[in-house]
Design a protein. Structure first.
Length: 481
């Protein structure tokens, strides 16, 4: 049952979101009823995507004002992006390229091709709508030889393809980012699908001119590969349009960050994180990305100018290190309601926004190469650890965080190896560090209640705080997936 939002204005926003969501579903299904019916039988994860309304409810419980507007904007546009991606690969496979989530899509789109990112479906959307939906894939691929301690981000994608649950496409573009697990996964994916694949080899040290030249050269080979496989040619004017839109959205992203650094951040939590990952990096430059950023920025700026708080009682400013808990995606909502914690920035979004110099094809390709080098997670798993620490500590300083929350994904050897260094450096600077041990996608390793207990113990023993609502300390997750 839908809960009353507390006022008619927010109730109307919530109601409109539901109408628009079902409108998007009808728009997606109406032209292809037979084709999608067949897809439902062939790809069981299609049923999981029907649970999106429940996901929206969990994220927006007791959320009002500007934050509610940004949540609704985010979910509607993610739904639109997902349905468009599915329509492309189901009904235009010969024009669709399977592309690794660590690879910017601008080159593929500039060649007039369509994009399908398996991670968007299997690693982002499915765990958000139903945590248990990915367990079968993790078990499946482990039974077929991929070690259980491999990062679940890579395991799930490989498993879905290996189980013949991924539609075919024309070819694959992959990379060795963000880590060895991702590289191993795409090796399995290519063998399973039997499609031609170009593998972008990003050097370990990529922040100097030589490293960026190597990435730029690799992207040039990607263009040659796609021309050979699809017969399409690079449209440099279209690439210029994509890069120019990226510049506009990046300017808005930087202004949004300045607002969140202030004493009264207008928006916190899940929506800014989604914006940074989807519309700024991976699918940046599209008309939809620009449209989303313009709407999001307008909401955020209006709330900032009116000095409005994003949540009812914002007590603590926090930044998150490592990927947020995908097996508990609405943890932002719990942090806000139970403890008054507002997440201002996260590791995946905290990066130097790229300026795309559009004066020539060469300058554009350099910018695309740099954006790939600075991809989420990837920039932290390569090069010297000084960069890692500068990001880790710099984020807390920039946002004047009361403490850092380290979501210590147990399947990531890179971050686990740095845990001791993070402890030492935060102690030197007297920065409280809340370490939450969990598995990115697998709630069977550490449950949602286990995550809540770790945070609550830290808040009481280290911060000396009491919850805003003690009834939220222990929650029955049985019916909330």
């Amino acid at each position: 049952m839908r809960k009353y939002k507390g006022n008619l204005r927010d109730q109307w926003i919530d109601f409109k979101t539901w109408l628009k969501f079902y409108g998007l579903m009808i728009k997606f299904m109406a032209p292809h009823p037979l084709g999608l019916s067949k897809a439902m039988f062939k790809y069981p994860w299609m049923y999981d995507l029907l649970k999106v309304p429940g996901m929206i409810s969990r994220h927006t419980e007791d959320v009002n004002g500007a934050l509610l507007k940004t949540y609704c904007l985010t979910f509607l546009n993610v739904t639109e992006m997902t349905t468009a991606m599915l329509e492309d690969i189901f009904f235009h496979p010969e024009e669709t390229v399977i592309i690794d989530s660590m690879v910017p899509t601008v080159i593929v789109r500039a060649m007039g091709l369509r994009v399908f990112t398996p991670e968007h479906i299997f690693v982002v959307t499915m765990p958000m709508v139903d945590t248990q939906s990915t367990h079968k894939y993790m078990d499946y691929i482990e039974n077929h030889g991929l070690p259980g301690d491999t990062c679940s981000y890579a395991r799930i994608t490989a498993a879905a393809v290996f189980a013949n649950h991924c539609p075919p496409a024309s070819c694959i573009i992959a990379s060795n980012l963000p880590c060895d697990s991702g590289q191993a996964a795409y090796t399995l994916i290519q063998k399973s699908l039997g499609l031609p694949m170009y593998f972008i080899d990003v050097p370990y040290n990529f922040r100097d001119d030589e490293g960026l030249k190597i990435i730029q050269s690799e992207l040039g080979h990607v263009i040659e590969f796609l021309e050979k496989q699809t017969g399409r040619k690079m449209d440099w004017d279209k690439l210029k349009e994509l890069c120019q839109r990226n510049n506009v959205t990046n300017e808005m992203e930087l202004e949004s960050r300045e607002m969140r650094r202030s004493n009264h951040p207008p928006v916190v939590g899940f929506p800014p994180w989604t914006n940074g990952i989807l519309w700024s990096f991976h699918d940046g430059g599209t008309k939809q990305a620009l449209r989303v950023y313009e709407a999001f920025h307008a909401i955020e700026k209006a709330a900032y100018e009116k000095n409005l708080s994003p949540i009812k009682n914002l007590r603590y400013r926090v930044v998150i290190w490592n990927p947020p808990t995908m097996m508990y995606p609405h943890i932002f909502n719990w942090l806000e309601r139970c403890w008054g914690i507002g997440v201002l920035m996260d590791m995946m979004s905290y990066t130097n926004e790229v300026y795309y110099d559009t004066t020539s094809p060469d300058t554009m390709m350099k910018a695309v190469a740099f954006s790939m080098a600075m991809a989420p997670m990837s920039r932290h798993t390569r090069g010297d650890y000084d960069f890692f620490l500068s990001q880790f500590l710099g984020m807390a300083e920039d946002y004047r965080a009361d403490f850092i929350m380290n979501c210590n994904h147990m399947g990531c050897r890179n971050s686990m190896a740095m845990s001791g260094v993070m402890w030492e450096e935060t102690r030197k600077r007297n920065i409280p560090l809340c370490v939450v041990d969990y598995e990115l996608m697998d709630a069977r390793i550490c449950s949602r209640q286990g995550i809540r207990d770790q945070i609550s113990n830290f808040m009481r023993s280290v911060i000396g705080a009491e919850p805003l609502d003690a009834s939220l300390l222990v929650i029955d997750d049985a019916a909330s997936w």
